[in-house]
Design a protein around this ligand. Structure first.
Ligand SMILES: C[S@@+](CC[C@H](N)C(=O)[O-])C[C@H]1O[C@@H](n2cnc3c(N)ncnc32)[C@H](O)[C@@H]1O
Length: 251
């Protein structure tokens, strides 16, 4: 089956959409299996690869098939400025659970406790990839592989283990829950095997997560401010972890 549209249709129900050049580039860098990739302008996409992603240019050259703008538009919910789209195989739950359970852990797991905002979840996955964390676990009903989360994650779901679990299934390790009522985070060095939990945008940490927490930590904030945005809270906390490990830990 060489026709890219037939290949696309064969994988569309089970694979996830990589929307745009940068998502495809990131996914390939982190070992995603990509059965089909299309572009409306092969020459432009390969020129972009030459400029920004020499490490995966050869792979893109072998993968990308040019299709008409009409065919491309029929495959994606809305056209991306780079005119590139691909499908990637979603890692199995078993593989993710294995990665999350592996010990000794060299970098924390981030837990989003019942997040509601798909954009926040994507931004957190991008942060997690940047800091090289072990995984991002969500509790509750939000699917961390939802197309909008994938778009926000810029193809970086493949750089970390992204899975939905119950509070009673969280990976082992000391659980540090972030909450404006906790102890000042600046007095605590976060260990590499930490499980770092963050509450829902609307209601904060759930009673179940709170009950499981070993430590409650707060980020510095002026008294009249109620809280920070979820993704920025994760960013500050991961930076705090990385700063204590020394510059050599995060590239
Ligand atoms: C938008 S806040 C939730 C606000 C929510 N109304 C509440 O009652 O907590 C989302 C999450 O970000 C984290 N967060 C925000 N500001 C924080 C702060 N100053 N210290 C620690 N965590 C914070 C917490 O994990 C919080 O549950």
């Amino acid at each position: 089956m060489t026709d890219p549209l037939s290949r696309w249709r064969a994988h569309a129900d089970t694979a996830v959409l990589l929307d745009g050049f940068h998502a495809l580039k990131h996914a390939l860098r982190f070992g995603a299996q990509v059965p089909v990739a299309v572009t409306t302008d092969r020459e432009a996409a390969l020129a972009l690869a030459g400029e920004l992603a020499g490490d995966v240019r050869g792979t893109l050259d072998a993968l990308l098939t040019e299709v008409s703008p009409e065919a491309y538009a029929s495959l994606v919910p809305r056209p991306h400025p780079t005119g590139v789209a691909a499908l990637a195989v979603r890692p199995s739950r078993e593989d993710n659970l294995r990665a999350l359970a592996r010990t000794p852990r060299t970098a924390p797991v981030v837990v989003l406790d019942n997040p509601r905002n798909l954009g926040n979840a994507g931004a957190v996955i991008r942060l997690a990839a940047g800091f090289g964390v072990t995984g991002v676990v969500t509790t509750g009903t939000l699917d961390p592989w939802h197309p909008t989360v994938l778009r926000g994650g810029a193809g970086l779901h493949f750089a970390t283990a992204v899975e939905r679990l119950g509070v009673d299934e969280l990976p082992a390790g000391p659980l540090f829950a972030l909450d404006p009522e906790g102890e000042d985070i600046r007095g605590t060095a976060l260990p590499d095997d930490a499980v770092l939990a963050f509450g829902s945008e609307r209601t904060g940490l759930s009673p179940q997560l709170r009950a499981r927490a070993d430590h409650l930590l707060r980020l510095p904030m002026r008294p009249q401010v109620s809280s920070y945005n979820l993704a920025t809270s994760v960013a500050m906390t991961l930076y705090h972890w990385s700063a204590a490990q020394g510059a050599h830990r995060v590239p």
